[in-house]
Design a protein around this ligand. Structure first.
Ligand SMILES: C[S@@+](CC[C@H](N)C(=O)[O-])C[C@H]1O[C@@H](n2cnc3c(N)ncnc32)[C@H](O)[C@@H]1O
Length: 380
């Protein structure tokens, strides 16, 4: 796996390559779950012929499932894609002797890589799920790594072991907790996936400078499972919301259909979706209808818990798309506003977007090109 990642230009740091070679992923991921097209999950372990190939491939492996209230099993923990983990650790630019806190222990695989790289006394990792921490501790000890592990809500950091030179979050957060910045050394870095509404945002790398932390978004998109404040917390789910909405629909009259030239496919245009989500006054989930022949979305749907919906028929041969909406809010107008602004700004990509956390004013702002040019504030 290390050789493949080096050959693919995804692994550059020799010390990390050594960690990847030394740490046996199979010892920390003795089984994982694979999802079939019908959405059912199959458990795969060392008795399956594909197990070792898959464990040593550059793939995310789902390692824990739970029904979070939607009546279906959803992933609640995974061993993240190795190239993503490497990209994140390389971006943090950690040096010998530095102390790192990981939010989201999961399998312990990343904690093992960090322990190999920095020495186990410099590695701290916590997870909200006590059973995952217990399993990770046992499996890490069996391969001779004993980083400090804790069961805690990562939103509070790990004050008893602060300060850290770096904090890496392997679950997404709706905003960067101020305490993370306070638990960093001055000049220390935090790398986390900021996702407003659980689905909109990207990785951001911030460096502490006094009471502020400033930095830019990663140029490549990544997505982690959201931080949960309790083990069984519900994560808003598009399917569940869609079912709930169908009960509401008759209660609200649809407004006349109209055309729009503003389209956002949240999974394909994550930056535009982020700019949209920052404007949305309510939590919105999305879904697609897939055209079975073209194998691409024919419609995109937005659903809000108050019963507001937008259904957009995607015109693949021209740029006027058909919008039909129901419920009290016109959700698609926020897509149109975000699209207009994005066009006015010259259609920026992630490299032009940055982020500032101010721990004295408790504000988190998004900026374009320079911190002096704020364009949005994250919801508190
Ligand atoms: C993608 S997995 C972590 C992968 C892990 N770093 C590894 O190498 O296997 C995300 C983890 O975040 C954890 N998590 C979710 N909410 C959390 C919270 N509030 N505090 C700490 N961990 C949390 C989940 O239980 C899950 O194990």
């Amino acid at each position: 796996m290390a050789d493949n990642l080096i050959a693919a230009g995804q692994l550059h740091d020799p010390a990390l390559a050594a960690a990847l070679t030394a740490v046996p992923r199979h010892a920390l991921v003795p089984h994982f779950y694979q999802q079939a097209p019908n959405r059912s999950w199959t458990r795969v372990d060392a008795t399956d012929s594909s197990y070792y190939t898959t464990v040593y491939s550059n793939t995310t492996l789902v390692t824990a499932l739970a029904d979070l209230g939607a009546g279906i099993d959803e992933p609640v923990s995974s061993s993240s894609q190795p190239s993503l983990m490497i990209r994140m650790v390389e971006a943090l630019d950690i040096r010998d002797g530095q102390r790192v806190l990981e939010i989201g222990t999961g399998t312990g695989y990343n904690a093992a890589l960090l322990s190999h790289r920095l020495g186990e006394t410099n590695v701290f990792s916590l997870d909200i799920d006590a059973s995952l921490v217990a399993m990770a501790a046992d499996r890490l000890a069996a391969i001779d790594y004993r980083p400090t592990l804790a069961v805690a809500d990562g939103a509070a950091g790990l004050p008893e072991h602060a300060p850290f030179d770096a904090i890496i979050a392997t679950c997404s957060v709706p905003a960067i907790p101020s305490v993370w910045i306070e638990q960093l050394t001055d000049g220390g870095t935090v790398l986390a996936d900021v996702k407003v509404q659980n689905t909109a945002g990207n990785l951001v790398l911030l460096r502490r400078d006094g009471q502020r932390a400033v930095g830019r978004f990663a140029t490549r998109y990544a997505a982690f499972m959201p931080l949960r404040h309790t083990v069984h917390a519900t994560i808003p789910n598009a399917t569940a919301t869609a079912v709930a909405i169908s009960h509401h629909r008759s209660a609200h009259h649809a407004v006349p259909e109209r055309d729009t030239d503003a389209l956002v496919l949240p999974t394909q245009q994550p930056l535009l979706w982020f700019l949209t989500a920052l404007r949305l006054p309510v939590t919105v989930t999305f879904g697609y209808t897939i055209d079975p022949e073209r194998r691409e979305p024919s419609h995109v749907h937005l659903y809000a818990a108050d019963g507001s919906t937008s259904h957009v028929t995607i015109a693949h041969d021209h740029d006027r798309h058909r919008v039909s909406e129901t419920g009290p809010l016109r959700l698609w107008t926020h897509v149109e506003d975000a699209h207009r602004q994005w066009t006015q700004w010259g259609q920026p990509d992630w490299d032009r977007l940055g982020f500032t956390v101010d721990t004295t004013t408790h504000t988190q702002s998004l900026w374009l090109d320079e911190p002096e040019n704020p364009i949005a504030t994250l919801p508190r």
